[in-house]
Structure formats: C-alpha cells, structure tokens
Write a protein that binds this ligand. Structure first.
Ligand code: NDP
Ligand code: GDR
Length: 374
C-alpha cells in the first residue's frame, strides 16, 4: 500500500486530494495545525477514529514553521509521496502578514525538502509543490505557459517563487523526484469563504435569504482562469506518477471576469427562487453601485457595492493559462466548466443560508459569520 503525506490536508485541495488518494487505495497521512476550535470540517467525513486498527487516514499535529516536527512526522510516516499544499494562501492577507507568509510558504517548503534529504528519503519520496499562476503576476505573455517568465506581485507570490525554485533546485542538486504544479485558480463549495468566488456565492445566497443586504467587492474587472478543485487534485497525483519529474501548468484555457462570476451567481439564484416579482432587473442589480446610500434592499434583491478596502496594493489584473503540456503529456483534461462549478457553489451556499434563515425564523439567534477585511 502506498503512503502519502499531505500538508494542508484541512484546506480545500487537501480534502479533495485525501479523498482521491483513499479511493486509489493509499494510506493517507495529513498534517493539521493546532487551533482553538476544530478546523477539520472539510475532512470530518473521512475521519477515522484513532482507536481503530488499520486506519488508512491519519492526522498528525504539525506546522510548516516547525522543522523538528516536520522531520519527526516524515520519519514516522516514511511516505512514498509528499504533497505540499499547506500555505498562507490568501494574496491580500500576504500584504498584511508578509513575514509569516514567507516563513510558511517559502521556508516551509525548504524545511520539508531538507527533512526528506536529511532522513535519506530522497530516492524513495516523491515531492509535489503547490505552485501558482500568481508567479506570472504582471503577465509577460498571453496565455501563460511553463516557459513564461515570472513577475510576482505580492508577498505571497514572491514566497511561492522561492518555493518553486527550491523545488527545482532539489530536483537538480539531489536528483529528487520533485515537481511543481503551476495551478491557476480553482474553486469548489469547499473554497475558503474569503476568496472571491466563494465570497460571491455565499454572499448572494445570504442576500437571497435576507441574511445580508449588500455584496461589497474590490476589483470586479479582474480576469481569472477558474477550474474546479476536483479536476486539479487529480492532476497533482498524475504529476507524481511519471518516469521523470517535470513542472506543469494546470488551467482550463478560458478566462472570465469577477463581474461575470457575479452575474452567473445571480442568475442561479434568480431562476431558482429569489428575484421574481421584486421588480429588479438583473443588469440593474448586478451593476448597481450604491455609493454612500444605505443599500436598504428587499429580500432577494442584491446590490453590489465597490469598496476600495478590497483593492490590493499591487493587483494581478489578468491570468489565462495554457494547459497544452498537461493535455498532451499526461492526457489531463478538466471535466467541470466554470459555470457548472458556480452553479454547484451557489446551490451549496443556498442550502446553508436556508438553514440559517430557518433557525432565525424559529427564534434562534444565529449570526452569519462575516469577514470584515477581506
Ligand atoms: P487553503 O487556504 O484552502 O488551505 C491551506 C491549508 O494550509 C490549510 O489546511 C491550512 O490549515 C494549511 N496551513 C496554513 N498555514 C499553515 C502552517 N503554518 N502550517 C501547516 N499548514 C498550514 O488553500 P487551497 O487548498 O486552496 O490551496 C492549496 C495550496 O495550493 C496552497 O499552497 C495554495 O497556495 C496553492 N494554490 C491554490 C490555488 C487555488 O486556486 N486554490 C491555485 C494555486 C496554488 P488550516 O485549515 O488550519 O487553516
Ligand atoms: P487570487 O484569488 O488572489 O487570484 O488567489 P481571489 O479569489 O482572492 O481573488 C481573485 C481576484 O478577485 C479580485 N477581487 C476580490 N478578491 C477577494 N478575495 N475579495 C474581494 O472582495 C474581491 N473583489 C475583487 C481580486 O482582487 C483578484 O484579482 C487565489 C489563491 O487561491 C492563491 O492561493 C492562488 O495561488 C491563486 O488563486 C492562483
């Protein structure tokens, strides 16, 4: 039985990858951070009681900022494959916590690679690094492919650039099987609530249920190449099954604006239940910018307000990937379109919002968790 170790197993990709590897028959080990609340919501459905024998899913406490802890886990697990998905992954937050982001995203990657080498696992253990389209930043070429030069535009992207090159360096210096997946944005109903797609689908669903009244957004003209996380974790595994380690761009090759994503979400909700009979036409509510006026909207009506607080000190305006290498060399093709993914996300968030609204209607004082800054 092959063993895999996943950092960031409690995150969006980590949870889908753990499911995928368990289905493939792997024994899966994941590193979770100690938190004051449970932070395993995305993997609770595959959790196995530690008292059960022959478990195939095991969680270890750990942190990418702690070398001795990483070394100990690697020594205990002796994995065939390591997937380094753990990171402070929010671009805007990286401007506020640049040093922490560098420590975890850049040096954390070095710590793992060095632990593999120190333990003499470099011939046994294959290494996947979660690299990112943010490396392209101020884009030099459209679409972006494996050979496109990098120009990172945030402390997050600069840290990930170190991680990219240290992965290449360990491959070249120590003949390790180590590779980078340069992944463009990928989303799902498990996406963190402060990334733009989830913020939109969750916010819209809450508005449709009368739980919120306004969607506050930053740069809605930003362009992204959005895929589904399920398609992308399959590719992470495929990259570690080759004869020779190589780096790959993973993208759909299609690009949309944040504004378009808002429109799709609104359509989903409008068709299903909320916008009939409100007298609000779709274009009006999607494009509405209320300025200083209080939104004062009715249930089912959505106002999008631009709030400069969500602008970034340096923005990545446009990203579009060219996945030709992944398609031709590995036969990888994304199966879920951005619109289908949006519909799935809206449906999941609507269910949550309906549950909250129902509890409130029955007198329960349920708050809607909101993120003030991002
Ligand atoms: P998430 O933010 O959903 O998950 C990040 C994971 O890293 C969480 O499990 C988090 O733990 C963990 N983590 C954060 N800090 C530390 C730390 N100090 N030590 C150990 N673990 C830590 O990200 P995604 O799943 O979306 O992304 C996975 C990886 O892929 C990330 O490295 C991201 O930068 C990269 N990436 C993502 C893309 C995307 O569009 N999703 C595109 C390209 C790259 P906790 O749950 O406790 O917060
Ligand atoms: P990104 O994702 O920065 O591309 O990084 P995010 O969803 O945060 O932003 C995408 C674009 O939307 C614009 N935007 C907003 N973004 C957020 N979060 N909140 C807003 O209110 C808002 N309004 C407009 C942003 O400015 C940006 O242009 C993600 C992360 O998963 C990284 O870890 C990963 O490496 C890259 O994708 C590829």
């Amino acid at each position: 039985m092959k063993k895999a170790l996943i950092t960031g197993v409690t995150g969006q990709d980590g949870s889908y990858l753990a499911e995928f590897l368990l289905e493939k028959g792997y024994e899966v080990h994941g590193i979770k951070r100690r938190a004051s609340l449970f932070n395993t919501g995305r993997v609770d459905h595959i959790y196995e009681d530690p008292h059960v024998e022959d478990k195939r899913f095991v969680l270890h406490y750990g942190d990418l900022s702690d070398s001795s802890n990483l070394t100990r886990i690697l020594q205990t697990v002796q994995p065939d494959e390591v997937y380094n998905l753990g990171a402070q992954s929010h671009v805007a937050v990286s401007f506020e916590s640049p040093e922490y982001t560098a420590d975890v995203d850049a040096i954390g990657t070095l710590r793992l690679l060095e632990a593999i080498r120190f333990l003499g696992l470099q011939k046994k253990t294959r290494f996947y690094q979660a690299s990112t389209s943010e490396l392209y930043g101020l884009v030099q070429e459209i679409p972006q492919k494996e050979t496109t030069p990098f120009h990172p535009r945030s402390p997050y992207a600069v840290a990930k650039m170190y991680a990219y090159w240290i992965t290449v360096n360990y491959r070249e210096a120590y003949d390790m099987y180590a590779c980078n997946g340069i992944l463009f944005n990928h989303e799902s109903p498990r996406r963190g609530e402060t990334f733009v797609t989830r913020k939109i689908t969750r916010g819209m669903a809450n508005i449709a249920q009368g739980l919120e009244s306004c969607l506050y957004m930053g740069n809605i003209d930003s362009l992204r190449d959005w895929g589904h996380a399920k398609d992308y974790v399959r590719m992470q595994w495929m990259m570690l099954q080759q004869d020779v380690a190589e780096d790959f761009v993973i993208a759909t090759g299609k690009q949309y604006s944040v504004r378009e994503f808002i429109t799709w979400s609104a359509k989903e909700l409008g068709i299903t239940l909320r916008f009939e009979g409100t007298g609000v036409d779709e274009k009006a509510y999607v494009d509405a910018v209320t300025g200083d006026k209080a939104p004062g909207v009715k249930v089912g009506q959505c106002v999008v307000q631009i709030d400069p607080r969500y602008f970034r000190p340096a923005e990545v305006e446009t990203l579009l990937g060219d996945p030709t290498k992944a398609k031709t060399k590995l036969g990888w093709v994304p199966e879920i379109t951005a619109q289908e993914m949006c519909a799935e996300m809206v449906a999941a968030d609507l269910k949550d919002a309906q549950r909250t609204a129902l509890l409130r209607a029955h007198g329960h004082d349920v708050a809607v968790a909101r993120e003030g800054n991002r």
